[in-house]
Design a protein around this ligand. Structure first.
Ligand SMILES: Cc1cc2nc3c(=O)[nH]c(=O)nc-3n(C[C@H](O)[C@H](O)[C@H](O)COP(=O)(O)OP(=O)(O)OC[C@H]3O[C@@H](n4cnc5c(N)ncnc54)[C@H](O)[C@@H]3O)c2cc1C
Length: 471
């Protein structure tokens, strides 16, 4: 068998697996796509189609100038994405968002893969570790990976490194925190491993503010667990903050909001309660609200969390949630080309890597497919620059996140693409007359500068990239 007759195996024909298989085949490498539906279903999928959208039909904003997911769309189009091609062809009106006719979209992705001469689709469950003779495998089995495969992955990674649910605390852009109210300090100034003693941002609440905050949590609108999620026993170890508040008005003050070991440099009186935020990424642009996993609706989270002193103007890179979700501790387990360090013939792609969302899952699938194809063809496997949306997302998954030293849910939690994952600009953009920009004009100029930089970086990268077959 010549090198290119030996197929790459992709397990899971969802958003990530379909895109990965397409990229591999377009690079001239045969691929077998293993999808267990309709032989075995999941709790969320309803059809046999590849790339089924299990819930909303939106790919979110299509604005490539000032929105990170819009930029990701644009980059994926440039790299010949079948998910974006069929998303565009099956677009339905949705203002500035890209929403799609879900059935037409899934049918078209299925047809494109079925028609490709280098793609074989095997309708079967991979119910354990892929056999040894599969020397290059992409596991893209998603948040509802079938139990026998999940167990096999757990055997490889260790129990703690594979989660069956997420417990997401909101993440705030650092530059939107008011440091004339909040301050940097670790409890009792403890440095801890890798710390400085000033590793947390602290937001102080007085008694009145705390009581109103608890009232808001209790009365805030919440989302409920789906029937099949509610019976999942493992939510117990990681309570949403509103459930802690229901257990007693003081519970939070003795839990994540305890005011001990901290001195407010801005005011003499001791805070009654404190919200702590901890650095979340190596770039230092994102801070997560410690212990604030929640089932409050997204609009409610923004409204209620902006009542916290110091967070009045907070911009959220991610809002909180708790879901049934199978995903691995990628920053620890994967190398920069998405290979499992412990068994490099296995790559991971899609939501199981800890990205979040249809587009992000497909994007990670796209890169996993390109990496696997380049490897099979004996070409250099070149990660994208971290200044592109694709590169920033993969850098976050494979190492950008900073592991926490706190107790509580696993530190690495799913993340949508957002500008906080991009390295900061070298200098702030100025107005045409050279003056400093302020307010929303400053925010828009910054986003435009980030997307311009990303386009330039992608163009340079593409000059040496693996050619994909012309349409
Ligand atoms: C209930 C729910 C609602 C969601 N809603 C949204 C939303 O509205 N918007 C959004 O952007 N994201 C949403 N997500 C998150 C996420 O973006 C999607 O789940 C997305 O489909 C993930 O893409 P994926 O390719 O990683 O996994 P999937 O699209 O789930 O694809 C995985 C595929 O692998 C197959 N499979 C699993 N195990 C095996 C096996 N052992 N052998 C062979 N095949 C296997 C499955 O049948 C499936 O087809 C939701 C997730 C869930 C669970």
């Amino acid at each position: 068998m010549t090198r290119t007759e030996n197929p790459v195996h992709v397990v899971g024909g969802g958003l990530a697996g379909s895109e990965a298989a397409w990229q591999i085949a377009q690079a001239g490498v045969p691929v077998v796509l293993h999808e267990m539906r309709p032989v075995r279903g999941t709790e969320a999928h309803k059809t046999d189609g590849l790339a089924e959208l299990v819930c909303s039909n939106s790919f979110r904003s299509d604005d490539a100038e000032t929105n990170a997911v819009g930029l990701l769309h644009q980059e994926m189009r440039r790299l010949g994405s079948v998910i974006m091609r069929e998303g565009d062809r099956h677009q339905v009106p949705a203002g500035g968002a890209l929403a799609v006719d879900r059935d037409g979209f899934s049918a078209a992705v299925t047809a494109a893969l079925e028609a490709h001469p280098l793609v074989t689709i095997a309708r079967e469950e991979v119910a354990g570790l892929p056999p040894d003779e599969w020397d290059s495998v992409i596991l893209a089995t998603g948040p509802l990976t079938s139990p026998p495969l999940a167990e096999a992955i757990r055997g490889l990674t260790g129990e703690k490194e594979l989660a069956f649910f997420d417990a997401i605390a909101p993440i705030v852009h650092r530059d939107s925190i008011d440091l004339s109210v909040a301050w940097f300090q670790s409890r009792y100034d403890k440095a801890g491993p890798g710390g400085t003693g000033a590793d947390y941002v602290n937001c102080p609440l007085d008694r009145e503010q705390y009581e109103s905050f608890v009232d808001a949590l209790l009365s805030g609108d919440k989302t409920s667990f789906k029937e099949w999620e509610a019976s999942t026993p493992y939510f117990d170890g990681c309570l949403p903050i509103e459930v802690m508040a229901e257990r007693g008005r003081e519970t939070l003050r003795y839990g994540p909001m305890k005011p001990v070991g901290l001195t407010n440099p801005h005011r003499a009186e001791k805070p009654y309660a404190v919200v702590q935020l901890r650095q979340d990424n190596a770039l230092g642009t994102l801070f997560n609200m410690v212990g604030f996993q929640t089932k409050l609706k997204h609009g409610e989270q923004v409204r209620i969390f902006r009542t916290i002193p110091g967070l009045e103007n907070a911009e959220f890179a991610r809002l909180g949630g708790l879901h049934r979700n199978t995903y691995i501790n990628s920053p620890r387990l994967l190398d920069p080309t998405l290979r499992l360090k412990a068994l490099p013939r296995l790559r991971f792609a899609g939501q199981i890597t800890g990205c979040e969302g249809y587009v992000e899952s497909a994007a990670v699938g796209l890169m996993a497919g390109r990496f696997a194809a380049a490897e099979r063809l004996g070409r250099p496997v070149r990660p994208l620059p971290g200044t592109t949306a694709l590169g920033a997302l993969i850098a976050h998954i494979t190492g950008g996140h900073i592991e926490t030293i706190d107790e509580g849910p696993r530190s690495f939690q799913p993340m949508n693409v957002n500008f906080g994952l991009f390295p900061p600009l070298d200098r702030a953009p100025k107005a045409e007359d050279g003056k400093r920009l302020r307010g929303s004009a400053k925010a828009v100029a910054r986003k435009k500068a980030l997307t311009d930089r990303a386009r330039a970086a992608l163009a340079a990268w593409l000059e040496d990239a693996l050619p994909v077959a012309a349409e």
